[in-house]
Design a protein around this ligand. Structure first.
Ligand SMILES: [Ca+2]
Ligand SMILES: [Ca+2]
Length: 183
C-alpha cells in the first residue's frame, strides 16, 4: 500500500512537471509571437503638395501654352491605388493638395507615385525619380522607425516631413513634393 502510494505520488509529480513544461513552452511561444509581431495593420497617409515642371519644356506640340502638360497623378499604397487626380490643362505647376491613405500590414510598406502627361489618346510618364533610369517612385515606408527609403534602400526622408523628389529626364521631368506618415 505504501509502495502504491509512492508510485502514485511519483506519477502525479511527473504529470505536474509535464504540465508545467507545456505551460512554459506555450508561454515562450506567446512571447516570441508578440516580439516578432509586425502584422498589425497600419494606415499610411500620403500627402502630395504640388508638382512643378520647367516652364520651357515642350510636352505637347503647338503654342507655348499648349506645350505645357496635362498632369495626372496616381498614388498606390501596398499595391492598391488610393488616388488618381488630374491637374488643369496646360499647367507647368499644379497644386494637388492631395491627402489619401491606404492600409498595410507590411513592416516596409510600398508607396508608389506615378505622374503623367495625360492627353486624350496618349499618356506619357513624367520623370519624378532622381535615380538614373527610373521615372516613377517606388518608395518604402517603415512605420516602426518613420524612415522613408528609395529603391536602393537608402533613407531619403522622415515621416511627417515634406520632401522633394526631382526627376532627371532632360525632356519630361518634374519635382514633386510629398510627405508620408501613418496612424
Ligand atoms: Ca498641353
Ligand atoms: Ca499633354
Amino acid at each position: 500500500m505504501k509502495r502504491q502510494l509512492f508510485a502514485l505520488t511519483l506519477l502525479a509529480a511527473s504529470a505536474l512537471t509535464v504540465c508545467a513544461e507545456q505551460m512554459l513552452a506555450s508561454a515562450q511561444q506567446f512571447t516570441i509571437s508578440q516580439a516578432g509581431n509586425t502584422n498589425s495593420t497600419k494606415t499610411i497617409e500620403v500627402k502630395v503638395d504640388r508638382a512643378d515642371t520647367s516652364p520651357g519644356f515642350i510636352f505637347d506640340p503647338g503654342s507655348a501654352l499648349e506645350a505645357r502638360p496635362e498632369m495626372m497623378l496616381r498614388v498606390f499604397v501596398d499595391g492598391e491605388r488610393i488616388a488618381q487626380v488630374f491637374g488643369p490643362e496646360n499647367q507647368s505647376s499644379v497644386s494637388f493638395n492631395l491627402k489619401a491613405s491606404g492600409r498595410s500590414t507590411k513592416s516596409l510598406v510600398p508607396v508608389r507615385l506615378e505622374l503623367y502627361d495625360k492627353d486624350k489618346t496618349t499618356q506619357e510618364v513624367i520623370d519624378i525619380n532622381p535615380l538614373q533610369g527610373l521615372t516613377i517612385l517606388n518608395l518604402r515606408y517603415n512605420p516602426a522607425t518613420g524612415d522613408i527609403l528609395n529603391e536602393q534602400g537608402t533613407k531619403i526622408a522622415r515621416s511627417g516631413q515634406f520632401f522633394d523628389m526631382e526627376g532627371l529626364d532632360p525632356k519630361k521631368n518634374a519635382t514633386i513634393r510629398l510627405s508620408l506618415t501613418h496612424r
